[in-house]
Write a protein that binds this ligand. Structure first.
Ligand code: PEP
Length: 249
């Protein structure tokens, strides 16, 4: 049985004041333990602040990115050991904004996935197709390529301590959500692709959906057999919406 998970990706949003208000409101309303594992991923600079706010609570901490390197002359980078040091358990790897805005390719993403694991972080590996790729019928090839880059480098067993997030790029921040059927089809494909290497790992790995998940569409998406929760962008910045999504999982 896979425990559902809801992870909030705050992206480049927040301030000390806004973070405190958001986390306190979510924690204040989480009176009974949620069925889902809940994680928030603030910007790097706010990780220590949010780590202190969620300390001892049911909310876990993740980062939005990690360096592929371990230490040294890499100006601006943040290593997996630093993320562990400030209390992160998870890290998002290969988000489509990293892939498209910062030209991070499959190999680089796979090396970040490896770096996360080297430092005991659980990667949340994002995969997903562009609109033109969906329209030209290559969604499965794209997702398979992104997934295989990681599995070829790190092996299928690496997914035992990782999470996959299927995020169709055309649905991220656009208000256009994949239908539950569209999402389920790709989730089932991802699971079958992993099962070709190891059926047990495929059965156990959590596959989250991301892309304009809102309070009013979460339950239907999460009711699909291969959708194990969500990676939430915009709606994770509003306590009431994030809570409703957590409760739907
Ligand atoms: C995301 O950035 O991972 C995401 C899913 O964003 P949104 O929910 O805003 O579409």
């Amino acid at each position: 049985m896979r425990q559902p998970m809801v992870a909030g990706n705050w992206k480049m949003n927040g301030s000390r004041e806004a973070n405190e208000a958001l986390v306190k409101e979510v924690l204040g309303a989480l009176t009974s333990p949620a069925k889902a594992e809940i994680v928030v991923c603030p910007p790097y600079v706010y990780l220590p602040q949010v780590a202190a706010l969620v300390d001892g609570s049911a909310i876990g901490l993740g980062a939005q990115d990690v360096s592929d390197q371990d230490a040294g002359a890499y100006t601006g980078e943040v290593s997996g050991s630093m993320l562990r040091d400030v209390g992160c358990a998870y890290v998002i790897v290969g988000h489509s904004e990293r892939r498209s805005l910062y030209a991070e390719d499959d190999d680089f993403t796979a090396r970040k996935f490896a770096a996360a694991r080297r430092h005991g972080l659980k990667p949340i590996l994002c995969v997903g197709e562009l609109l033109e790729e969906r329209e030209s019928g290559v969604t499965e090839q794209v997702v398979a390529r992104q997934l295989d880059a990681v599995l070829d480098l790190e092996g299928v067993e690496s997914l035992k301590d990782a999470v996959i997030a299927y995020e169709p790029v055309w649905a991220i921040g656009t208000g256009k959500t994949a239908t539950p059927e569209q999402a389920q089809a790709v989730h089932a494909f991802i699971r079958s692709r992993v099962a070709e290497r190891d059926a047990g790992v495929a059965d156990g790995v959590r596959i989250l959906y991301g892309g304009s998940v809102k309070a009013d569409n979460a339950a239907e998406l999460f009711s699909q057999p291969d959708i194990d929760g969500g990676l939430i962008g915009g709606a994770s910045l509003k306590a009431a919406d994030f809570l409703a999504i957590c409760r739907a999982a």
